[in-house]
Design a protein around this ligand. Sequence first.
Ligand code: ADE
Length: 269
Amino acid sequence: MRIDVVSIFPEYLSPLELSLIGKARQTGLLDLHVHDLRSWATDRHRTVDDAPLGGGAGMVMRPEPWAAALAAVREAGRGSLEEPEAVPHLLVPSPAGVPFTQAMAHDLAGEAWLAFACGRYEGIDERVLEAAAEQGPVTPVSLGDYVLNGGEVAVLAVVEAVARLLPGVLGNPESVVEESHAPATGGLLEAPVYTRPATWEGRSAPEVLLSGHHAKVAAWRREQSLRRTADRRPDLLEQLDPAQVTRADRAVLADLGWESGDSGVRRPG
Ligand code: ADE
């Protein structure tokens, strides 16, 4: 996969040189390029922002350097992918974007080329995104309902979530199957985990995990997932596919005061 990131703070992306993502870059699984937006600013001060039309607080990123940067990225990528028609899927981190999810990470992991436009200040002039949408797919993405100072932190999160799903990036591909939000868990949160020692400072790990009884361990984990999801993310539990709710699940849900039936599960009250 090729990934291009355009930012006024290229150093902000340096964590992508570390750990499994850094290794994936070294082994060629991930071809990641970080670009400084200011290279495409044309004035003496390399200005990339200006006051918002219509007034208001903050500054807006000017369209000209962005258009030049995205054109250069498209050109460079086409050369490296050796496909004259290739276009990147442009992702634009923004608190006004669509929520980034594990399902989206899976979809993006299936693409050959992603590009990220990191906005700062109040954001990027909207016409840049309109023009880019005439060249290829554009998706504004939000990490969550809070405001960051710019898109760089969101890019670190999205790139890590996507790259770890690429075949060969994780040592053990099984680890992405059963984790929180993974399709195989039905979108439930993962159960708590423990390691040795079995008793630490007077606290014992759950007995069942020492039993060596795989079916009992699986049943315990499923119950913990349901309880944890009911407590922390009742919205996820409500989205559970009724076909995936077993009789044992119904007993746990009933204990929590949840109703379950053919049409799905409903929270108490
Ligand atoms: N930029 C600023 N806030 C953001 C958020 N919540 N998600 C993604 N990008 C952002």
